[in-house]
Design a protein around this ligand. Structure first.
Ligand code: FAD
Length: 315
């Protein structure tokens, strides 16, 4: 049996959780879900449609707010005898699973995109490398990478029977918990997707302080700044600026990717740009070989020089 830690929002089961349930189904065993805290109306039916046999719903005052350790203790109380426990690769999914791994003293695989014959394939180095990890422990703990599979209803729906339970929570497990939530301003990524010029920056930027010149170039050209996934994974820039398979799709008149290798997942988001001018130190980088034009050289020299020339011509 496989247990999936499922996250919900007011709107129901999250998409990444449905992806994880779909992924779990592919492992060939019966799938149960565990929901901690709120179980919105309709969530159990949605899970049933995706093949879930039983929904273990942990209730109790302690679960009114999120706490990684307390939520992991709730998952642990239904995990006995499971072959695997899966969670979506979200911040909460990863945290709950990491706590569970420590409690059970087993290994955990994060960013998993496939499993076969007891070996998990997982993304490492921001998705640049796929690593195979033998799953020697029981239960296997897997955090499934976002978009590893598409969420699809099961051919045979599950019963989706809800079983409520109220696990004991140790005071120590509530030491770190959410005590208040501040809403953030909603982020509008439409500037990036509708811009006629996009200046991109990748790992070649070198660090969080390496984006000033590209941002200035984007501004001078009346365009937007976009980045690769490595940049968002490393926390150098926010996710809403990411271009690619798991970011925004752009189709500007001109895309200027600087220090971006042009991995297939990035290319998926920028291939429909009308003109691509790559700036890269590596003449063999896929972005350079596929671009309309390329400048082979250091973005930290070239971009400031272009900015200076634009400023000279348009003071
Ligand atoms: P790298 O691949 O490390 O390339 C850095 C480039 O910078 C190199 O070409 C290098 O020659 C050049 N460079 C270094 N220094 C300089 C310098 N000073 N001046 C000029 N050039 C320099 N990636 C995305 O971008 N978007 C996605 O949506 C996305 N989704 C993914 C989904 C999945 C399921 C997976 C597995 C991966 C995904 N990735 C995505 C990651 C993708 O595979 C690459 O790892 C990522 O795009 C690489 O980012 P990068 O080009 O910035 O870094």
């Amino acid at each position: 049996m496989i247990i999936v830690f499922v996250e919900t929002s007011a709107a129901g089961v999250t998409e990444t959780s449905l992806e994880t349930v779909t992924f779990a189904r592919g492992l060939g065993a019966e799938v149960d879900a565990v929901v901690v805290g709120d179980l919105p109306s309709g969530a159990a039916d949605e899970l049933a449609k995706h093949g879930v046999r039983e929904v273990h719903h942990a209730t109790g005052e302690a679960f009114g707010a999120y706490s990684g350790a307390a939520w992991a203790s709730a998952v642990q109380s239904v995990a006995a005898g499971a072959d695997a426990v899966l969670a979506p690769g979200t911040p909460r999914g990863l945290e709950v699973l990491a706590h569970l791994a420590a409690r059970l003293d087993v290994a955990m695989a994060a960013n998993v995109v496939a499993v076969s014959d007891g070996v998990a394939v997982r993304q490492v180095l921001g998705g640049a490398v796929l690593e195979e990890m033998r799953l020697a422990d029981s239960p296997a703990l897997l955090a499934v990478a976002g978009h590893a599979v598409e969420a699809t209803p099961a051919a045979d729906a599950g019963a989706g029977t809800v079983r409520e339970f109220a696990p004991e929570v140790a005071a120590a497990d509530l030491v770190a918990r959410v005590v208040s939530v501040e809403p953030v301003e909603s982020v509008d990524a439409s500037g990036l997707t509708s811009a006629s010029v996009v200046v991109g920056a990748g790992r070649g930027a070198g660090g969080p302080d390496g984006f000033d010149a590209v941002a200035e170039l984007a501004q001078l050209l009346g365009g937007a700044l976009g980045v690769s996934r490595v940049v968002t994974s490393l926390g150098w820039r926010p996710h809403h600026e990411q271009i690619g398979q798991t970011g925004s799709r752009i189709s500007p008149d001109l895309y200027i990717p600087c220090g971006i290798s042009g991995a297939i997942q990035h290319w998926a988001g920028c291939a429909s740009s009308k003109t691509i001018l790559a700036i890269n130190t590596d003449p063999e980088a896929p972005m350079v070989t596929k671009a309309t034009y390329a400048v082979v050289g250091d973005m930290h020299e070239i971009v400031p020089a272009v900015v200076a020339e634009l400023r000279r011509r348009h003071p």
